[in-house]
Design a binder for this molecule. Structure first.
Ligand code: C5P
Length: 290
């Protein structure tokens, strides 16, 4: 049996920098991973199958268009058949701005690349990932990275300090296309970031000057986001509170994982909350920019 974590993707800032003719938006975003994850297991089998379990397993169906199965098929060259019995433990809320489906698809690429001994490197997996969704390439490495283009251009992130993240979702699903449609206003320039931050407070100061350009639109569709942000800002040690992706999950940034864990326990039980440290906090360069 092989096991692969599928950590949540968190956008520490997200600028919409333009819009393509096909309607997709150009982004500039610092993505980090953790502190919660789905888990994907695989055992060899004659055919390809998927079962779902976990707290949010009921929110999805294991049909052929499930991103995990689409990722599995993307790994197989035309005419080649391999099987695997996949089991996805869904711990991340669905349609929640932390890339759960994208993380699952990326985990499937990594896991089946091992199980089937396909021998693809990270850049080749990221290339297969792009048609599956804008967030899937960055999830292949699941390390801090700056995402540009529609998300498929992955650039090195600044070296990050130790910090803690608290993710909170009001248990209201939010469809990404609806949030992009509700967005008003122009475009933001790409952020200028330092090579590193000495500590979480310095990172929070820089991030506070940036924003999530989808936050106002998401808030107009889902008012509980405002309550989540207010609750995060009220937590001792919270350096910054902001929405991730297209919402509705918001994050609080803390100096240490322990502070984020403590704050998670203070959140109302009707919300989903997870606090801890970052996953794989190393720089990444999959497709170095021009
Ligand atoms: O690529 P993904 O399936 O995650 O995107 C879902 C939807 O979100 C797209 O169909 C599009 O409406 C919107 N989107 C966008 N610009 C992006 C990413 C997503 O407009 N960069």
């Amino acid at each position: 049996m092989l096991l692969e974590p599928a950590p949540a993707k968190v956008n520490l800032y997200l600028h919409v920098t333009g819009r393509r003719e096909d309607g997709y938006h150009l982004l500039d975003s610092l993505a980090v991973f953790g502190p919660a994850a789905d888990a994907l297991q695989a055992v060899p089998a004659e055919t390809l199958s998927l079962s779902l379990e976990g707290p949010f397993g009921d929110a999805l169906v294991a049909e052929a268009d499930n991103l995990v199965l689409r990722a599995a098929r993307a790994l197989l060259p035309e005419g080649v058949m391999h099987g695997a019995a996949l089991r996805l433990t869904k711990c991340l809320p669905v349609a929640s701005g932390i890339g759960g489906g994208s993380a699952d698809a990326a985990a499937a690429l990594r896991l089946l690349n091992r199980l089937w001994a396909t021998g693809l490197d990270e850049a080749a997996l990221a290339a297969l990932a792009a048609p599956l969704g804008a967030d899937v390439p960055v999830c292949v490495a699941s390390r801090p990275a700056v995402m540009q283009g529609i998300g498929e251009l992955i650039r090195p992130a600044p070296t990050l300090p130790e910090c803690g993240l608290l993710l909170v979702n009001p248990r209201v699903p939010l469809a990404t296309p609806a949030v992009f449609r509700a967005r008003q206003g122009g475009f933001s320039p790409p952020a200028v970031l330092p090579e590193s931050w000495p500590d979480a407070a310095a990172m929070a100061t820089d991030l506070a000057r940036l924003g999530n350009d989808l936050e106002a639109a998401a808030l107009s569709l889902c008012s509980p986001i405002g309550e989540v942000l207010a609750a995060l800002r009220g937590q001792p040690g919270c350096l910054l509170a902001r929405m991730s992706g297209s919402g509705a999950t918001c994050f609080g940034l803390f100096a240490t994982p322990a502070e984020a864990e403590t704050a998670a326990r203070a959140m109302p039980s009707t919300w989903w909350a997870s606090g801890g440290g970052l996953y794989g906090a190393r720089p990444v360069s999959l497709h170095p920019g021009p």
